[in-house]
Design a protein around this ligand. Structure first.
Ligand SMILES: C[S@@+](CC[C@H](N)C(=O)[O-])C[C@H]1O[C@@H](n2cnc3c(N)ncnc32)[C@H](O)[C@@H]1O
Length: 193
């Protein structure tokens, strides 16, 4: 664990004041896919400790962030403590805002170490994030969601596919080499019924 922690991005995050090494994943994806623009409204699902929210604010966005765990305040971020799989959380988001330019989700299940179980738990979270995205994303909006690879991933892609003009799975350089995680990137959201 200690050795893993001391990788390049861990130290870079410390140096640059980011709360997580994950911040670099969003920075890299944003550079490549141009997801977050100035004055955008961003919904950050599974946000704690707050690295992605920090990056979104730096890019000039206003952020609503949601997590099961607490998150220390960040200027420009409204935080909701809640479960993204629960309807009451959707209601709390609605009370703040009913539409967003970008929905990002880096939520991870509690890792069991069993590849298939972790994969299926992450699929459930990705679907919960997508259900929220469908409710809140503006037309042409962007959606980014983490998922652990496994046999259900193609089915998930097929479910997401009709809703976006541009869609792909992507693995940012800052993801650890042996990590099972990939990110679905969807751009040009279509409001389908
Ligand atoms: C890898 S961390 C996110 C790191 C974050 N992107 C950052 O840069 O700081 C994953 C987060 O997902 C959250 N999470 C997992 N399941 C969740 C759920 N059902 N609802 C809300 N948050 C959840 C966890 O509490 C955890 O804080």
């Amino acid at each position: 664990m200690k050795k893993q922690k001391q990788d390049y991005y861990y130290w870079e995050a410390k140096k640059k004041g980011y709360r997580s090494r994950a911040a670099f994943k969003l920075l890299q994806m944003n550079k490549e896919f141009k997801l977050i623009k100035e004055n955008n409204w961003v919904l950050d699902l599974g946000s704690s400790p707050g690295g992605w929210s920090q990056v979104a604010v730096e890019l000039g966005a206003k952020v609503v962030a949601v997590d099961l765990n607490p998150m220390k305040p960040i200027e420009g971020v409204e935080f909701i403590r809640g479960d993204i799989t629960k309807e009451e959380t959707v209601q709390k988001i609605k009370e703040i805002r009913d539409s967003f330019d970008v929905v990002i989700c880096d939520a991870s299940p509690k890792i069991t170490g069993k590849w298939t179980i972790d994969h299926l738990l992450s699929i459930d979270l990705a679907k919960a994030a997508f259900n929220i995205a469908k409710l809140f994303l503006k037309r042409n909006g962007c959606f980014v969601v983490k998922v652990f690879q496994g046999e259900e991933i193609q089915k998930l892609f097929n479910e997401f596919k009709p809703y976006f003009r541009f869609k792909k799975f992507h693995s940012p350089k800052a993801s650890r080499k042996r990590s099972a995680e990939v990110y679905f990137i969807g751009k040009g959201f279509k409001k389908l019924l």
